[in-house]
Design a protein around this ligand. Structure first.
Ligand code: ATP
Length: 372
C-alpha cells in the first residue's frame, strides 16, 4: 500500500461520463515515486479516458488528481491545470514526432519551451538520446527514421525534461511483434534506470505482466483488481480477472462445503456426466449454497490416459480429447467434459489422439473459488 505522502500520483473518486455513458467510475489509485503501473483491460473499459484525465485532455465529472505536490484537477474545488502545466511526459501509439524537426530538436523541445539555458539543454538532450541509443542520429530529420526509432525519439522527448510522471498510451501497438518485445524490454530498463514514475495503458496482458510493478485491471469503467503481476495471476478476485489474465478454465457450480482453506463445489458437467464434486481453495466471504466459479489454470492440470490416484483423486474427471495444438515448447489440449471444455497444457512430446478418453486432474490448492 502506498501512502498519500510517498505517492507521485494520487487519484481519488475519478468519474468521467460521455453523455449518459459512464466511461470511468469511482477510480482510486496511488502511484508511488518511480513505480511502473499499468492500466489493463479490454477495449472500451475506460483506460485511455483515465490516462487522458491525468494528462488534462479530459475534464472530470467528479474526483481529484494530484501529481507531485500539485492538485492538477479537482471537480469539487474547481481546479483545472492545462496539460503543459502538469509536469508530465506522454508517449502515444502514433509516435507524434515533429516531421520538420531533427531528432535532437524533437527531444529538446520540452526543455526549449521551458527556457532551459543552452548548455543544460545540450547536456540533457544528449543524455536522453544516449539513453535510447539514438545519439548518433541526432541531426537526422525525425521522419527519416524507422517506427521503432521514432518511438525512441518520443520516449527520449518524454523523459528529457524530467517530468514527474510519464504517461504511455499503447506505445507499442504499431510495432511488429519482434520489435514490440525489444522496445518493451528497453522501456522497462530505461524506466528503472531513470527511476521515473510511469503509467502505462495496454490491452495486452502479457505486456502488462512483464513490464509492471503493479497492474490495475479494469472492466466496464470500474477497477476490478489492483496488484502486482504475480498476485493478479495467482489470486484473481473474480472470474473476469481470472479469464482476462492468462488462460483460465472456469466452471460454474454451487458452493456446498467450506473447511479451513478448502471448499467443495458441485458442478453439473451436463448430460453425459453426473454432477461432480470438486475440491478447491478460497471461498472466503462466500456463502454455502451460493453460485460460484471454480477456476483452474491449464498449466496446473494433469492429463493422463489412466485414472489418477492419490491427492488429486478427488479432482479427477473423465473427458475426451477434442484436439491438440502445437505451441512450440508445449501442447495445448482441448478436452470435452460433458457439455464443458477444458484447456490443458501438456508436454510437447505427448501423443494424444482426437476422440481418445483421458483423465484430467488437479490438486485442490490449484483450484480457486471465485464469486459468480
Ligand atoms: P481502447 O483500448 O479501445 O482504447 P479504452 O479502455 O481505452 O479502450 P476508452 O477509450 O477510455 O476505453 O473509452 C471508454 C468508454 O468511453 C467507451 O465506451 C468509449 O466509447 C467512450 N468514449 C471515449 N471517448 C469518448 C468520446 N470522446 N466521446 C464519447 N464517448 C467516448
Amino acid at each position: 500500500m502506498i501512502d498519500a505522502q510517498s505517492s507521485m500520483v494520487e487519484i481519488t473518486h475519478l468519474e468521467k461520463r460521455f453523455g449518459a455513458e459512464i466511461a470511468v467510475e469511482d477510480f482510486n489509485l496511488s502511484v508511488g515515486k518511480g513505480e511502473f503501473v499499468t492500466l489493463l483491460g479490454p477495449s472500451g473499459c475506460g483506460k485511455t479516458t483515465t490516462l487522458r484525465s491525468i494528462a488534462g485532455l479530459e475534464k472530470l465529472d467528479a474526483g481529484e488528481i494530484r501529481i507531485g505536490q500539485n492538485i492538477v484537477v479537482s471537480a469539487d474545488k474547481n481546479i483545472f491545470l492545462d496539460p503543459e502545466l502538469r509536469e508530465i511526459g506522454m508517449v502515444f501509439q502514433s509516435y507524434a514526432v515533429w516531421p520538420h524537426m531533427t531528432v535532437f530538436d524533437n527531444v529538446a523541445y520540452g526543455l526549449r519551451v521551458r527556457g532551459t539555458k543552452a548548455s543544460d539543454l545540450k547536456k540533457k538532450t544528449t543524455y536522453a538520446l544516449e539513453l535510447v541509443g539514438l545519439d548518433h542520429l541526432a541531426d537526422r530529420f525525425a521522419t527519416k527514421l524507422s517506427g521503432g526509432q521514432q518511438q525512441r525519439v518520443a520516449l527520449a522527448r518524454a523523459i528529457c525534461y524530467e517530468p514527474n510522471v510519464i504517461l504511455f498510451d499503447e506505445p507499442l501497438s504499431n510495432l511488429d511483434a519482434k520489435l514490440r518485445e525489444q522496445m518493451r524490454d528497453e522501456i522497462v530498463k530505461l524506466q528503472k534506470e531513470v527511476g521515473i514514475t510511469s503509467i502505462f495503458v495496454t490491452h495486452d496482458q502479457s505486456e502488462a505482466l512483464v513490464m509492471s510493478d503493479r497492474i490495475v485491471v479494469m472492466d466496464k469503467a470500474v477497477i476490478q483488481q489492483i496488484g502486482d503481476p504475480k498476485s493478479i495471476y495467482s489470486n484473481p478476485v473474480n472470474s473476469f480477472v481470472a479469464n482476462f489474465i492468462g488462460v483460465a478454465n472456469l466452471f460454474q457450480g454451487k458452493l456446498i462445503g467450506v473447511e479451513g482453506t478448502e471448499c467443495q463445489i458441485e458442478i453439473n458437467f451436463g448430460n453425459a456426466l453426473a454432477t461432480k464434486k470438486l475440491l478447491s481453495t478460497g471461498g472466503d466471504n462466500l456463502n454455502l449454497g451460493q453460485q460460484v466459479f471454480l477456476s483452474v489454470r491449464p498449466e496446473d492440470i494433469k492429463l493422463s490416459t489412466k485414472k489418477s490416484t492419490g491427492n488429486v483423486e478427488a479432482n479427477c474427471i473423465e473427458g475426451i480429447v477434442l484436439d491438440t495444438v502445437y505451441l512450440g515448447n508445449f501442447l495445448e489440449c482441448r478436452v470435452k467434459i460433458g457439455s464443458h471444455e477444458m484447456i490443458v497444457q501438456i508436454d510437447h512430446f505427448e501423443q494424444l489422439d482426437k476422440g481418445q478418453t483421458v483423465y484430467v486432474s488437479f490438486l485442490p490448492q490449484h483450484g480457486l473459488t471465485l464469486p459468480n
